[in-house]
Design a protein around this ligand. Structure first.
Ligand SMILES: NC(=O)c1ccc[n+]([C@@H]2O[C@H](COP(=O)([O-])OP(=O)(O)OC[C@H]3O[C@@H](n4cnc5c(N)ncnc54)[C@H](O)[C@@H]3O)[C@@H](O)[C@H]2O)c1
Length: 400
């Protein structure tokens, strides 16, 4: 059983506490910190948390807790992680790890120097659909992964600090691109080095400096391409979708907006529908078990099981650092309008095996580019002539 220090009582502090205290969990939040007394006291009362404090260091140093969960605004992650590492506690930090790679690296160095367990709380790689998709990809069901597209869009965040570039470290890219980038890395393989990025970012809607839209391309060592799309001005709820294209297969996953539960109501449920839902009447697309669908349940299971077993979790501070480094390159590219290299002070991935599958031959002279069954039942072969390099076609009747 772990006794946990929870830092932050906002949206994510609530989701994390809900996850940790649900079902018959052995692990409990033992002390909670938030700077506002009224808020933290109320939170502790509601979730039956024995202690609360408005002093962050006191919460971290609580003698009874062994795990610190950081659910604070981005500008406080570094300070909290370093304090927790120095206190010798296991540290689990929400996304993004830092506001930039320099902060993330300082946090990584701190946990490694202290030799404490560290986990990067990237819930979206733990959603049920993601875990199954990852298994298919790892077992080879899609062949070689060529292209991964990951999208997170909604109408914009719920607290002031997110909208302040200094406090948050950026806009929609640092807030949501971090999720998409880790989804992409997970599918192309986390040993697959991200080489360079091309990114567009702009503020199309809101009166702020931070970008409210971003689209980025990440090119990896194997040639695979990752594509992320984020928006803080999307209408209609929260859209979380991933697509994976491989040489032997395809995956499309819709995690949130259209999960199969569709409700029409003229009067509304009179309350919360699901995160970032825009309306409470008409056709609604609620999410059955949000905490589970968003990956929080499997994420904490992985983290706390790994801690018990003395292993590393699926997501560590190193992963958070790589994600931050990719986002830093995205911001440079959005300014320069060019491909920018991903600068990684430390790269721990393994070199990728080069496994070239020889193209299919047609006789001695041709290589098969593609074949397709046509409406008349015949098969059309598109062939490359090895001698001339010309592309030709040949129609083969059904009985040939
Ligand atoms: N899916 C996810 O993993 C996910 C979802 C939402 C937020 N987050 C991350 O969690 C962190 C917190 O986000 P949130 O949505 O809970 O934010 P929030 O604004 O809802 O809550 C932030 C909480 O931090 C605490 N806090 C301490 N010092 C503060 C200060 N100076 N100003 C404001 N709050 C202060 C307060 O308890 C406050 O309630 C961010 O890093 C965010 O990126 C992750």
């Amino acid at each position: 059983m772990h006794k946990i220090t929870m830092l932050g009582t906002g949206l994510i502090g609530l989701f994390y506490t809900m996850t940790l205290h649900r079902h018959r969990s052995r692990d409990r939040v033992h002390v909670v910190y938030s700077p506002t007394e009224e808020h933290v006291k109320g939170f502790a009362g509601e979730w039956e948390i024995p202690r609360w404090t408005t002093d962050m260091a006191e919460a971290i140093h609580d003698p009874e807790t062994d795990v610190v969960v950081i659910g604070l605004p981005n500008f406080l992650h570094q300070e909290a992680a370093i304090l927790a590492a120095e206190a010798g506690k296991a540290v689990l930090c929400t996304k993004p790890l830092g506001r930039n790679a320099a902060e993330a690296k300082a946090m990584l160095d701190a946990v490694e120097k202290a030799g404490v367990f560290h986990g990067y709380l990237e819930d979206l790689v733990y959603t049920p659909k993601m875990l199954k998709s990852l298994r298919f990809v790892r077992e080879g069901a899609l062949g070689k992964v060529l292209w991964v597209r990951s999208r997170e869009t909604h109408g914009g965040p719920h607290s002031a600090w997110f909208w302040d570039v200094e406090l948050a470290g950026g806009g929609a890219i640092v807030d949501m691109g971090c999720h998409c980038i880790e989804v992409i890395r997970s599918f192309v393989g986390k040993d697959n080095r991200p080489l360079e990025v091309m990114c567009w970012a702009d503020t199309l809607v809101h009166p702020v400096q931070a970008e409210d839209h971003g689209i980025g391309l990440i090119r990896f060592e194997t040639g695979a391409i990752g594509q992320f799309e984020v928006s803080w001005a999307f209408r209609g709820g929260m859209d979380l979708r991933d697509e994976v294209a491989g040489t032997e297969g395809t995956i499309w996953a819709n995690h949130f907006l259209r999960t199969g539960l569709e409700v029409f109501t003229a009067v509304g449920p009179r309350g919360y529908v699901s995160e970032k839902a825009e309306g409470e009447t008409g056709w609604l697309f609620p999410v059955g078990d949000e905490v589970h669908e968003l990956g929080y349940t499997d994420m904490f299971n992985d983290m706390l099981n790994a801690l018990d077993d003395g292993k590393g979790p699926m997501e560590t501070f190193y992963d958070g650092y790589v994600v931050n480094a990719i986002m830093d390159a995205c911001y440079r590219s959005a300014r320069s309008k060019r491909w920018e290299p991903v600068e990684l002070e430390v790269w721990r991935g393994m070199p990728q095996p080069v496994e070239e599958k020889p193209p299919l031959a047609y006789g001695d002279r041709f290589l098969v580019v593609k074949q397709e069954r046509m409406p008349d039942g015949k098969t059309k072969l598109i062939l490359r002539d090895r001698r001339t390099d010309r592309i030709v076609q040949k129609v083969v009747s059904a009985d040939e």
